[in-house]
Design a protein around this ligand. Structure first.
Ligand code: HEC
Length: 169
């Protein structure tokens, strides 16, 4: 094969390789983006640290856990308000189910929703610097549901940078 042919072949191989890695990467974060905010489920969030558990008695009857990425955990540790850009908070929720093994204990039943708040003071300037995402089985909830997020957080948690959850020591 002539050197020029080899060079062309090498180029084609490189292009195919690049295209395929591109596709793999796209597939990895190709999950749904939330309406209005474009928030996606962050990779590895299930391994984040626990900020605090929570519970809702009615009407949803859920056990919840709020987790934070490293920036969030450091901000809680330092008492930093407002939370810095790059903060991401996750709220996981499950049905509250009585333990089959011990009458007075509860266990998490089926997962219901996973919700996120992403701090980007420029991008989300209109909503206190926070972008919101709500997911059910990995699928983003509709726009109407996303209209409710900031309204409630603003009405009840404005003094704490729109975040309800305090660190559980
Ligand atoms: C009616 C009020 C209300 C609405 C609407 C609401 N939230 Fe919240 N949110 C709360 C409360 C209260 C908490 C505290 C944890 C708990 O009790 O579940 C919370 C906690 C959170 C947290 C953990 C950080 C924090 O503030 O404590 C995230 C993330 C979150 N909500 C996301 C969302 C998203 C996304 C939406 C919209 C789809 C939304 N929330 C709509 C009341 C609300």
């Amino acid at each position: 094969m002539k050197p020029i042919h080899l060079a062309v072949l090498a180029m084609i191989c490189a292009m195919v390789l690049l295209a395929s890695t591109d596709n793999t990467m796209a597939a990895a974060d190709d999950g749904d983006a939330s309406p209005i905010y474009g928030v996606r489920i962050p990779a590895g969030y299930r391994q984040w640290q626990l900020i605090a558990p929570a519970e809702e008695a009615a009407p949803l009857n859920e056990i919840r856990a709020v987790l934070g990425n490293t920036i969030a955990v450091n901000a809680y540790r330092d008492g930093a308000l407002p939370f810095p850009d790059g903060t991401v908070l996750a709220k996981l929720a499950w049905k509250h189910v009585p333990s089959p093994d011990f009458a007075s204990a509860s266990i998490p039943g089926a997962a219901t929703t996973v919700q996120f708040m992403v701090k980007d003071s420029k991008k989300y300037a209109a909503t206190g610097g926070w972008g919101f995402g709500r997911f059910v089985n990995g699928k983003a909830a509709d726009e109407a549901q996303h209209r409710t997020c900031f309204a409630c957080h603003q009405a009840r948690a404005k003094a704490h940078d729109y975040v309800f959850t305090r660190y559980a020591h």
